[in-house]
Design a protein around this ligand. Structure first.
Ligand code: GLN
Length: 493
């Protein structure tokens, strides 16, 4: 196997055993980047010089026999909404086009302390609002499995980078599906942890009530190791829980699913979603049964019917207040005007893209007298009902299976202009976010046209280990996803 095909754990092991150096691993990543990035467009900023320098530092530390961390010398990438000290952090927005933070986000510090090497900052939908990575200052990212299609979003750059073998592991953020859905579209694994597992300190907020830092990789083991590095209490983020985390990689020793009760979502007819994804869900249920679990159909009537509406009311209201800080004075772009109000309007109109402006306006409206009582208040109540529905399920089941997405990755440019159609694609991911639950996208191979299939495994709040355990059993049965050489399907290789 070549370096770029290895998982993060395999790369760390090989570097430790001196099969190759960290400098070689970083060079292998940049070889992939220089070969394919022109086609994929996954990266906003690359950090080749810094990465090589850090890699050689790690190599020297290892040569001296030091313990340089669990991911010593392993390349990684973060989405460009993670603050990185002295490195441009754009959030894919003109308003932060040239903004350089003065500190690192906590998860970036944790990865660096674990010895991992930051290679680049990945593309996203502006302020993480979107599902296709088409709304960005650098233009759309393309799906490496089929360059004519979207990679999903908003962490589309991170997902594409992992699928294309730039790096074995990347970090994204998932508010309503932004890691699970691009992982599904790019045919890799991605875990949105329970809300409160990972610090959000230094992550540029979209909706603080739901945002969660989430790893993407080509193996469940890598997700578990990333969780061990990322999930810890952080006094800088009061929403990050102080509880003692379990050893997440312990879940990987789950041999089978005997004694495990698994629900499989049966609330949709085959005709209501893509038939191949419907098939992947039933197949995953059969595999759980084969592995010894008691498998039964479940329905989530409240979550599936009201999830999208509840999510968009909650998220847009939160976003309108979070994005108030971009006033043309404290951060980034400033466009003058005759009065202060004109300056605000000029700066914000010129510097936010259409989707972000739409969400700020709707969110502001939702928080005004009258609308608050009619929309925001009821959304909070529905969210409580949804949580009760989830609690009821977990009284009977340890975990359940749900599709990650109702459709396969679609062609670029086809949904961008119709936000409602785009929002409906979040039907299976947003309820899990509203419940604060862990959700893992597991790659289920490919359909007859070569497009990635997937399933979502959901567990109770703080049951991230359970989810990783079920995923690792299924991954052993189906095989872990492989790197691809980016191409357009149908193109001769
Ligand atoms: N697609 C959803 C949205 O646009 C989710 C985005 C996210 O998780 N950041 O809000």
């Amino acid at each position: 196997m070549q370096i770029h095909e290895l998982t993060a754990v395999e790369t760390a092991k090989a570097i430790k055993e001196k099969k190759f150096s960290s400098v070689e691993a970083v060079k292998a990543g940049f070889e992939r980047i220089s070969k394919y990035e022109g086609h994929v467009g996954a990266l906003i900023t690359t950090l080749e010089e810094e990465a090589l320098r850090k890699a050689s530092e790690i190599d020297s530390r290892l040569a001296r026999g030091e313990d340089a961390g669990p991911l010593a010398g392993v390349p990684y990438i973060v989405k460009d909404n993670f603050c990185t000290h002295g490195i441009r952090t754009t959030c894919s927005s003109r308003i932060l086009e040239n903004w350089k933070p003065t500190y690192n986000a906590s998860p970036v510090n944790y990865m660096n302390d674990a010895g991992a090497i930051l290679m680049a900052k990945a593309n996203l939908d502006e302020f993480a609002m979107g599902s296709s990575t088409e709304n960005s200052i650098i233009g759309p990212t393309k799906n490496p499995r089929d360059l004519r299609r979207v990679p999903g979003g908003s962490s589309g750059g991170s997902a594409a980078a992992v699928a294309a073998g730039y790096v074995p592991v990347a970090l994204g953020t998932d508010t309503g599906g932004s890691v699970r859905q691009p992982a599904a579209f790019c045919g890799i694994q991605g875990l949105k942890p329970s809300y409160g597992e990972v610090s959000r300190y230094g992550i540029i907020a979209y909706c603080s009530a739901l945002d969660q830092v989430s790893p993407l990789a080509r193996s469940v083991e890598d997700l578990a190791v990333a969780m061990e590095i990322l999930a810890r209490a952080d006094s800088s983020d009061t929403t990050c829980d102080g509880y003692d985390r379990p050893k997440f990689s312990g879940a990987l020793s789950t041999e089978n699913l005997k004694g495990c009760r698994i629900g499989v979502f049966a609330g949709f007819e085959a005709s209501q979603m893509d038939p191949d994804l419907y098939g992947a869900l039933s197949k995953a249920g059969d595999m759980c049964r084969e592995a010894g679990a008691a498998v039964e159909p479940i329905d989530l009537p409240i979550a599936v019917k009201y999830g999208v509406a509840t999510y968009y009311v909650t998220a847009l209201a939160d976003a309108s207040s979070k994005l108030g800080c971009y006033d043309g004075i404290r951060y980034g772009t400033h466009i003058d005007g005759p009065t202060l109000a004109d300056m605000y309007a000029n700066t914000r109109t010129a510097s936010f893209g259409e989707e972000v402006r739409r969400r700020i306006i709707l969110g502001t409206c939702l928080l005004t007298e009258g609308f608050y009582q009619n929309y925001y208040g009821p959304a909070l109540k529905v969210r409580t009902k949804m949580t009760e529905e989830f609690d009821g399920i977990f009284e009977k089941y340890d975990a359940y299976l749900l599709p990650t997405t109702p459709s396969l990755p679609y062609l670029l440019g086809t949904k961008e202009t119709d936000p409602n159609r785009m929002y409906l694609g979040d039907v299976f991911t947003v309820p899990i976010s509203l419940g604060g639950l862990p959700g893992l996208n597991l790659s289920m191979g490919f359909n007859g046209d070569g497009l990635p299939l997937s399933v979502q495994i959901v567990g109770p709040r703080y049951g991230d280990s359970k989810v990783l355990g079920v995923a690792s059993v299924l991954e052993r049965m189906i095989g872990r996803p492989r790197v691809c050489d980016p191409r357009a399907l149908g193109e001769v290789a």
